[in-house]
Ligand binder design. Structure first.
Ligand code: UDP
Length: 431
């Protein structure tokens, strides 16, 4: 329902459907980000339309999340799964579908917030023919990703060019951490406006609750030492490092260790290859009896897994922000994570978790061991971790910052390009 006294804005998230199930190959942090930002912006008084590509023929074209927030699935290529690296050729159709939706609905969004480089391309195209204001969040950066890839996809040069253009031509780019801002400046461009506004988490859902209750619900014994991974099966997530660290801990003859791996699709999706590879390593190392592949778990049940765990491990080779870290800490679970990207920003070493070098199997094993066997320290960390997230990363606080940014960008467009004078408001949870 479109209300006349609400400003309509569009969020574009080409491949990451805000209405999709999270945790499979193509559904992860970006879906969660766009969905929560969209819904919270609507609760702050905007009318929010979130656009994504229609992937399945039987998916609804429009999903209404709340009276003023909906997902709209646009035709762009065949209605079937297409990997991100092959989506670019369908983006011109995505743009025409977007324009024809606007026309038929009599809408004209003055501001579009694009997510990921493919959406950035769409935003830049729309900017050529209309006076829209553009805000962009990267979620992943080609310039960083390609550094660690052996096989660079064909689309790489286009992606790098679009990632530079959006920084130089958007009204503002949102970096989700100071580390991302630094990377953008050193690897992408020294031009363009950047503001730091982090990702958030639902602190009503992910919060401190009883560990004993969570263990009973999940049928886990009180004596078990539970090491948890949550996320997609993607090589850059470094699950292999965790499995090998787990094997090192088992070699020390430690009792009652259990590794739970949450995520992945159950259907025949492409994450199957990485999952099979990890399952083979688990098998080869003789860890099958101590490892549980829990599959994809929704956000309704996920808090139980975090709460039941003794430690959550995030062994990514690269992580622009890392929602899993703040979800785990919000539930009071200390994390052992790679010292990369946004994880350096969200985790306070020795207070809410530990940071170790990515791929350093021994360092991960040592970090996990320290947390598993120091009760007193962990009890302190549990409270600190949860308080840290509540203070810095609630969706409400984060979205208020985005909302203020949009208002500034729109006001500036009316006042004919006044100098940039925006100051990110501080997060106040009670706001
Ligand atoms: N996730 C989930 N169920 C799963 C696995 C993952 O809901 O089975 C969610 C997880 O809770 C988090 C998101 O997927 O909200 C992953 O975001 P993150 O930023 O950590 O990684 P990304 O997928 O963006 O690389």
């Amino acid at each position: 329902m479109l209300s006349l006294n609400r400003q309509a804005i569009a969020l574009i998230s080409d491949h990451a459907d805000p209405a999709a199930d999270i945790g499979c190959e193509e559904a992860g942090g970006q879906n969660v980000y766009v969905r929560h930002v969209g819904e919270t912006l609507a609760s702050l008084g905007w009318h929010v339309d979130m656009f994504t590509r229609k992937v399945h023929a039987d998916d609804a074209v429009i999903v209404q999340h709340s009276p003023h927030c909906r997902t709209i699935r646009l035709k762009a290529g065949a209605e079937t799964y297409i990997p991100r690296d092959r989506l670019f050729e369908h983006m011109p159709e995505f743009v025409s579908s977007f324009q024809s939706f606007q026309r038929t609905q009599g809408l004209n969004y003055p501001l579009i917030h694009t997510n990921y480089w493919l959406s950035a391309w769409a935003g830049l195209e729309l900017q050529k023919t209309s006076g829209i204001q553009l805000v962009h969040t990267y979620h992943s950066l080609g310039a960083v990703k390609y550094q660690s890839l052996v096989e660079i996809p064909q689309v790489a040069s286009t992606r790098l060019r679009v990632e530079r253009e959006i920084l130089e031509r958007a009204n503002c780019v949102v970096a989700t951490s100071p580390q991302e801002q630094e990377t953008l400046r050193s690897l992408v461009s020294t031009r363009g406006q950047i503001e730091i506004i982090p990702c958030g988490t639902d602190t009503d859902n992910f919060r401190l609750t009883s560990k004993a209750h969570a263990r009973t619900q999940l049928k886990l014994g009180t004596h078990e030492k539970v090491i948890l991974y949550v996320g997609r099966f993607d090589e850059r997530k470094g699950i292999e490092t965790l499995v090998r660290a787990f094997a090192l801990l088992k070699e020390k003859d430690l009792q009652n260790l259990k590794l739970i791996i949450v995520g992945g699709s159950s259907a025949n999706m492409p994450d199957g290859d990485e999952r099979k590879r990890i399952e083979n390593i688990v098998n080869d190392l003789g860890l099958t009896d101590y490892t549980l592949f829990a599959g994809r778990i929704g956000h309704d049940i996920l808090p139980l897994y975090y709460t039941a765990a003794d430690v959550c491990v995030i062994p990514s080779y690269y992580e622009p922000f890392g929602l899993v870290a703040i979800e785990a800490m919000a539930c009071g679970v200390p994390v052992v994570a790679s010292n990369v990207g946004g994880l350096k920003f969200t985790i306070i070493p020795e207070e809410t978790g530990l940071l170790v070098e990515p791929k350093d199997i021994e360092a991960f094993a040592n970090g996990i061991h320290r947390i598993l066997f120091d009760d007193l320290w962990v009890r302190k960390m549990r409270k600190q971790a949860s308080a840290n997230v509540n203070q810095r990363f609630s969706w409400t606080g984060v979205t208020i910052q985005l909302s203020e940014l949009y208002r500034h960008v729109l006001a500036r467009s009316i006042m004919h390009e006044q100098p940039w004078s925006y100051k990110v408001p501080s997060i106040n949870k009670s706001a």
